[in-house]
Design a protein around this ligand. Sequence first.
Ligand code: TYD
Length: 217
Amino acid sequence: MSGHFITFEGGEGAGKSTQIERLARRLEGQGHSVLITREPGGTPGAEAVRHVILSGHAKQLGTELEAVLFAAARSDNVQQIIKPALAAGKMVLCDRFMDSSRVYQGVSGGVDEDFLLAMERAVTEGARPDLTLIFDLPPEEGLRRAANVWKEDGPDRFESEDLSEQQARRQGFLDIAKAEPDRCRVIDATQTLEEVNQAVDTAVDGFLRTTELTDHR
Ligand code: TYD
C-alpha cells in the first residue's frame, strides 16, 4: 500500500496553510486518510531545529550550515512521519518541502546547487513529492498580507528580508515549475479565495485521476 505525497510551496502570505487545512477536510470527506505536516518541523526534533532557525540564532553559522539544519529537520520528518504515513496509504500534505531549500538556500541564499541537491537526494530518498502546488504571488502583495500578521507577532527572521530577495525567490519557484511540469502546478494566489480553492481542487483531482488510471493499468 502506498499513499500520495503533496507539497505546498511559494512565498510569504500566499495562503498555503489555509488551503492545506481546507484540502485536508475535503479529502477526508472523500474517504482519504490524510496527514498534515510542515517544514521545518513535523517532529519534536525538527520543531526544535525550526525554533533555532526561525529565531535567527542559526544565521551566524552561515547559509551552508543553515541549509544543513533544514536538511536535518527534513530528514527527521521524512523518516519519522512522512515515510510511515505513505507506507500506510495516507495522503500526506506538507507545508513546504525540498523546493523551499532549493529556492531560499539556493537561489536567494547562494548555497552551492550541487551541495543542496546531494543533501536533497540523501534526505528525500523514498519520499519524493508526487504533486507540488506552488502558490504564486507578487512579493509586494505577499508582504502587504503578511504585514497584518506582523502587527500581532512582529516580523520573524525570514519575513523581514527585502523585496528583491522575495522577487528572486518567486522566480526560483516558477523556474522549478517550468523544469518539472509533471510534478508542479502553479496556483495564482492573487485570485479570490473561491478561485484559489477551485484551482487547488482542480490540480489535486486531476492528479488523483491520473494516478488512479496508472494504478489500474
Ligand atoms: P513559516 O513561518 O512556516 O513560513 P510560511 O508560513 O511562509 O511557510 O517559516 C518557514 C520559513 O522557513 C519560510 O520563510 C521559508 C523558510 N524555509 C527555508 O528557508 N528553507 C526550507 O527548506 C524550508 C522548508 C523553509
